[in-house]
Design a protein around this ligand. Structure first.
Ligand SMILES: Cc1cc2nc3c(=O)[nH]c(=O)nc-3n(C[C@H](O)[C@H](O)[C@H](O)COP(=O)(O)O)c2cc1C
Length: 196
């Protein structure tokens, strides 16, 4: 039997229970339902020193996130809109992927990446989603066709963790499906290439 694909969710904000992290949990729950082995690197775990390419050692948080990315077949990124783009917290954490430049799959190479942005309004949510997808491309990841922009003024999460806007809930679960589908297809492709 094929091993479950691994999907890591990275994001949120320094606020425990942030809207972005709640959205991330919906995507991961759906990915798990579809058979993926999921893990979360939430807002609190993204608090790392400003990335310095000359640093000789990394914090435990940076090590853990990089190990999760290295093992992952799929990634989900979630950020609040901060002044029109992704938060410095998430961008700094993603800058640490520079440490993966010499890996066999450098940066986010070969991984499906779903992106979720949350703004207090649509303009910031949409520009942040675009910025997240630009970062994914720069890191050589495969951005899923569907990305999700959410407006926290018009949608939130229920006590049981679902989005109270059924349309956004459907988008979050559909995006999870795209991450898992691509992750499975890409893993099968790699296995075929290794056998050839
Ligand atoms: C520093 C800062 C900058 C923000 N900039 C924007 C922005 O440019 N556009 C926007 O829609 N919301 C902006 N917001 C609001 C957040 O995006 C919004 O509160 C967040 O997505 C939801 O908060 P939560 O994830 O902590 O629940 C900003 C919030 C902060 C703290």
């Amino acid at each position: 039997m094929q091993q479950a694909v691994k999907v890591v969710g990275i994001g949120g904000s320094s606020r425990p229970g942030s809207t972005a992290e709640q959205g991330l949990r919906v995507v991961l729950a759906e990915a798990a339902r579809l058979g993926a082995d999921v893990s979360l690197v939430g807002g609190a775990e993204l608090v790392m020193p400003l990335y310095d390419p000359r640093a000789v050692s990394l914090s435990p948080e940076a090590h853990r996130m990089l190990a999760a990315i290295t093992a992952a077949d799929g990634v989900v990124l979630a950020s609040p809109a901060y002044h029109g783009t992704l938060s410095g917290l998430l961008k700094n954490a993603l800058d640490y992927t520079e440490e993966l430049r010499d890996d066999s799959r450098p940066y986010l190479t070969g991984r499906a990446v779903g992106c979720l942005s949350v703004g207090q309004g649509w303009q910031g949510a949409v520009t942040t989603l675009g910025a997240l997808r630009d970062v994914v491309h720069a890191l050589r990841g495969w951005s899923t066709p569907l990305g999700v922009a959410m407006n926290s003024l018009s949608a939130g999460f229920t006590a049981t963790g679902e989005c109270d806007d059924p349309h956004i809930q459907r988008q979050l679960t559909a995006m999870a499906g795209q991450v898992v589908d691509f992750a499975e297809a890409h893993r099968a492709l790699r296995a075929t290439a290794l056998r050839a």
